[in-house]
Design a protein around this ligand. Structure first.
Ligand code: ZN
Length: 142
């Protein structure tokens, strides 16, 4: 029994490490953007789940009244055109995984847009201040 428990525990620990690696909340680019938005006097919900006709989505930052959803996308996980890299180990696994991430992003965008939301995607490499300016202009637009 003990042997089996050990064997079962290893993959679980591995999984939670993987989950931590892909955790979307409170990454540094997100924290920096939220600070920049706060500095401009903007108030929002973070990691707010939206139940929309097309499905459930959980944007990183949500302006509920203005129906504006913001995602902060990591350059690696979301395949930024400037900084995407392809790991050499397990290349096929990573290619599939990253392609699925991009597909999911586009699906989430369409769920939001079809429900009347606006979507802003901010890359990890973007200046948080410039992104905050971009977002505040969209919030001011009628
Ligand atoms: Zn990038």
């Amino acid at each position: 029994v003990a042997q089996q428990e050990v064997r079962l525990k290893v993959p679980t620990a591995q999984r939670s490490r993987n989950m931590a690696a892909v955790r979307r909340t409170d990454t540094k680019p997100e924290v920096d953007l939220r600070k920049a938005l706060h500095a401009r006097g903007l108030r929002f919900r973070k990691d707010y789940r939206l139940d929309l006709p097309g499905g459930r989505v959980r944007p990183d930052i949500v302006f509920t009244r203005r129906q504006l959803a913001v995602f902060v996308d990591g350059c690696f996980w979301h395949v930024c055109a400037l900084h995407a890299t392809s790991p050499k180990d397990n290349a096929a696994f990573w290619r599939t995984k990253l392609e699925r991430n991009v597909e999911r992003d586009r699906l989430v965008d369409s769920i939001l847009i079809n429900a009347g939301w606006r979507v802003v995607r901010v890359w990890e490499h973007e200046s948080p201040t410039e992104a905050a300016v971009r977002i505040s202009r969209l919030l001011e637009a009628p």
